[in-house]
Design a protein around this ligand. Structure first.
Ligand code: GDD
Ligand code: MN
Length: 357
């Protein structure tokens, strides 16, 4: 059975129209139910009540005092009886005529995403300003969240999935992007995108707002925090900063004890590197560490030593050849070394990549 979940906020007549078009598209082909999750502050609920009385496969819930597209979808999933879930907007910008193709593909795939960005698709239903925001948002999402990278349209609100990909998963989205939440937290392997035309809204207004754009960033932050692979580089950078502090403290202790500056600098650097190794092994790559402590230490220290050389090469070429300010040059050098250290440790020291995603 297919459960079609439709979040609504002040949509009035649109709910009648969408039901009509869904019926024309899939009545007599699929067994389905339509679940509206309504947060409206107008009389949309009267239209929903009418629909519910007319059709036995339509139900709705009305939340008072709560808003949010993504949480509305989560509560719709909780109410659903189907093993296949479809999520779509109620304003007909997502054409119901695509449902048969989506549902057919879900037999083979875990998630099916109609995409505005494949050849044959388009997003002309958005104005230029919204298009720019939408592309920027998608790019930011892909930068921080690995699982969005192969998806051309990870921020839309139109998609289908097998409900079982959420077994044992707790969804906790912020704002609008429920698809992004499912792509990051769900347990799935096969995703299919199909092109579609994002239509213009005929009736009513978009509810997208600046607050929702801030919520999107909060949502990304939460997903990065909860995803081992996505947060790793940030944990690595924090460990690196701690290393600098450790280095400075020991450096001062050694100087205070009367050692000369080069000896103090060498010892404090070695101590900081060992400290960083232990922290990275037990925190950053906790899920990848092996029994071979010394082999890992050897690799880590070799990589870090090369990192220092890389830092120096970048720093001196920027400063001496390109006349970049010496502090800026050092900062860029440090970034280069961090990227080198991170990636080499990822690919060599802690490479036992048993997890598929
Ligand atoms: N229950 C509920 N609660 N529904 C809401 C809420 C809310 O707080 N806010 C919006 N909705 C419903 C609307 O009634 C509509 O059915 C759907 O969510 C999408 O809202 P629109 O206001 O039509 O959004 P849009 O057209 O600007 O945004 C579209 O494009 C985005 C891509 O850039 C949507 O398709 C988004 O899902 C999509 O991310
Ligand atoms: Mn819309």
């Amino acid at each position: 059975m297919v459960s079609i979940i439709i979040p609504t906020f002040n949509e009035k007549i649109n709910v009648i129209k969408i039901v009509d078009r869904i019926k024309t598209a899939i009545d007599n082909i699929y067994d389905y139910e339509i679940i509206f999750v309504d947060d409206s502050s107008d009389n949309t609920i009267e239209y929903l009540e009418k629909l519910k009385n007319m059709y036995k496969n339509i139900k709705y819930s009305h939340r008072t005092g709560e808003r949010g597209l993504a949480t509305a979808v989560v509560s719709g999933i909780d109410m659903s009886r189907g093993d296949i879930i479809v999520v779509m907007d109620s304003d007909l910008q997502h054409p119901p005529e695509l449902l048969p193709e989506m549902i057919k593909n879900i037999e083979e795939y875990d998630i099916v995403i109609p995409s505005r960005h494949l050849t044959g698709g388009d997003e002309d239903g958005l104005n230029i300003f919204r298009k720019i925001i939408s592309h920027t948002a998608s790019a930011i999402g892909k930068l921080f969240l690995k699982k969005l990278r192969n998806i051309s349209d990870p921020t839309g609100g139109f998609f289908a999935f097998k409900k079982k990909i959420l077994d044992g998963i707790v969804l906790s989205p912020v704002g609008w992007k429920i698809l992004m939440e499912i792509l990051v937290r769900g347990k799935y392997s096969k995703v299919k995108e199909i092109p579609y035309k994002f239509e213009k809204r005929d009736y009513g207004n978009s509810k997208m707002s600046f607050i929702e754009q801030i919520n999107y960033l909060k949502h990304i932050f939460r997903l990065v925090k909860d995803s081992v692979d996505d947060r790793r580089i940030f944990v690595f950078a924090i460990v690196g900063c701690l290393g600098v502090i450790v280095n400075m403290i020991f450096y001062n202790i050694f100087v205070f004890c009367g050692f000369n500056i080069s000896i103090s600098g060498t010892f404090s650097a070695v101590i900081a590197m060992i400290g960083n190794f232990i922290l990275n092994r037990n925190i950053t790559w906790k899920d990848k560490k092996t029994e071979k402590f010394f082999a890992e230490a050897f690799k880590f220290l070799t990589i870090s030593s090369c990192g220092i050389i890389i830092n120096i090469i970048i720093l001196s070429s920027l400063h001496y050849k390109l006349k970049v300010n010496y502090n800026v040059a050092n900062l860029i050098g440090i970034c280069g070394a961090v990227l080198w250290n991170y990636n080499l440790n990822r690919l060599w020291t802690w490479k036992n990549n048993l997890r598929s995603f």
